[in-house]
Design a binder for this molecule. Structure first.
Ligand code: PMP
Ligand code: PLP
Length: 475
């Protein structure tokens, strides 16, 4: 764990950007929380059930072992009561604590992990930031839009993006503003064009949504220079950045064609926690980035745990939002994740676990693209992903097929279903108005994460058959 000197710089006061959340306040009972734990206090206050009534006495799960020579799995146990002498962070994991109501920032140990990990990994370049537990990045994004957004606002985003972001915006009556992408992600030139030519009679966009690493759906990882250029524009136009980065930990070594792959790589050649690209949070001198981290792609989506990092001025409003919705991730999930990543694995163990995970994705990506190289040559174009789980194909449809009356992507989908191979047509990743307008654009997202690698061959062969039947590569 690298220790950086804490920066003295404070975040800019950006509270003028608050949207609907400006109306939120603390729920009245929670205002009395500080009194509950005073020494000698007898509580007749909160409607907290007594721990004896919790239907869990202890938690034992098996987790993967990091010892290559030992058993594949080892147990991890969480006791009912904290051990004597446990620190507050350690004590918070025990069943009596993690299963109880608490502050809506997460149990103490979970917050402590997220805070220390964020400091070690991103070194946010301003002093007054903090973290709050979320129920994953879907939840985190909904909280961000509820924080800065209000009905009638606009959200800047990639022209192809994660559909839940578009749908969450729509539900808040926030319109999405698609910005052109190239092989490095969002184009600063197009962002600047949109912001400098913004109509005078519409309120200016004050939020941007980005998936900077292994982007969903394009698989693109935005290079550092591009991150700097986008951040500089956000500063110039006073825009908040919502950095949704669930694939951050799924960065892996570059692709080499099979003929050039001489010495096979091992897990030790993958980045772990030390070779990861700097995040937007790492560039954020102003406190205008709200970073969303999720355990969904590292420990499992069903944990429903993640955390959000932001300037301290914004966090109370998110806490108030949690008080009226999710409160915090489920107790057993927080307890298991905290115990696993702090006392069981620690930072170094987590890094070792991630190297294995990254290596698994590296091998999947290689094997999938090797197969694509054999069967889809001349039928599609794509950019090789070095993070995440997606390849974004641009189909070489013959010119005639893209005519206005044709529905080539509908036929493609039907063809794929009939051939028993499914991937997601590109237009499903377009913004609100664009889903219809761009429904004929020849893109297809393939995920190489779930299929057994032995099935890559038949899957890609079937895809090739459907594309050829549509005339791909012949025009
Ligand atoms: N509704 C009412 C009427 C309550 O009394 C409480 C708990 N005090 C809640 C909701 C919160 O419930 P939950 O823990 O299921 O979110
Ligand atoms: N954000 C992006 C860009 C995703 O691709 C996904 C998962 O598909 C999510 C968020 C959902 O993350 P979580 O499980 O943390 O809510």
């Amino acid at each position: 764990v690298t220790q950086a000197v804490a920066p003295e710089r404070k975040a800019l006061n950006l509270l003028s950007l608050l949207g609907d959340a400006a109306r939120r306040t603390q729920t009245p009972i929670k205002t009395l929380y500080p009194y509950f734990n005073l020494p000698g206090m007898l509580s007749l206050a909160a409607g907290q059930p007594h721990p004896d009534t919790f239907a869990i006495r202890s938690l034992t799960v098996t987790v993967p072992s990091l010892d290559d020579d030992g058993p594949a799995e080892v147990p991890l146990t969480i006791p009912f009561e904290p051990a004597t002498g446990a620190t507050p962070a350690e004590a918070s994991v025990a069943v009596t604590r993690s299963m109880q109501y608490g502050t809506t920032r997460g149990i103490t140990g979970y917050q402590a992990f997220a805070r220390a990990h964020t400091a070690a990994l991103h070194h946010p370049p301003y002093a007054d930031w903090d973290v709050i537990a979320t129920v994953g990045n879907t939840d985190g994004l909904a909280k961000c839009l509820g924080l800065i957004g209000s009905g009638g606002d606009s959200l800047l985003l990639d022209e192809w993006t994660y559909p839940a972001a578009v749908d969450t915006a729509t539900s808040h009556n926030i319109s999405t503003v698609p910005i052109r992408m190239d092989r490095d992600g969002m184009c600063p030139t197009d962002l600047e064009r949109v912001l400098t030519t913004w109509p005078a009679d519409r309120s200016r966009p004050k939020m941007m949504y980005l998936v900077p690493t292994g982007q969903n759906p394009t698989g693109v990882t935005m290079p550092i220079e591009r991150r700097r250029a986008i951040y500089a524009l956000a500063q110039r136009f006073n825009v908040m950045i919502f950095e949704d980065d669930p694939y951050y930990y799924l960065q892996y070594a570059a692709y080499q064609p099979p003929t050039e792959r001489r010495t096979p790589l091992t897990a030790g050649d993958q980045p772990g926690l030390s070779g990861l690209i700097p995040s937007f949070l790492a560039l954020d001198v102003d406190g205008r980035v709200i970073r969303l981290d999720s355990f969904s792609k590292t420990l499992g989506p069903g944990f429903r745990t993640g955390w959000l990092t932001a300037s301290k001025q914004f966090l109370p409003y998110i806490e108030y939002h949690h008080e009226t919705t999710t409160q915090q991730p489920a107790g057993p999930a927080q307890a298991i994740v905290t115990e696993l990543l702090t006392r069981h694995w620690g930072h170094d163990g987590f890094a070792r676990y991630l190297r294995r995970l990254q290596h698994g994705y590296y091998e999947r990506r290689n094997r999938f693209l090797d197969t694509v190289g054999r069967h889809l040559d001349g039928l599609v174009d794509y950019v090789v992903p070095d993070a995440g789980m997606f390849v974004w194909f641009r189909l070489r449809l013959p010119a005639g097929v893209t005519g206005a009356d044709d529905q080539p992507m509908q036929s493609l989908l039907q063809g794929l279903v009939a051939a028993k191979v499914i991937a997601i047509p590109g237009y499903l990743f377009a913004g609100q108005i664009d889903r219809a307008a761009r429904s004929n654009e020849p893109y297809l997202r393939a995920a190489f994460s779930i299929t057994n690698p032995d099935d890559f061959e038949p899957a890609v062969e079937r895809l090739a058959g459907v594309l050829r039947a549509m005339g791909c590569g012949s025009g």
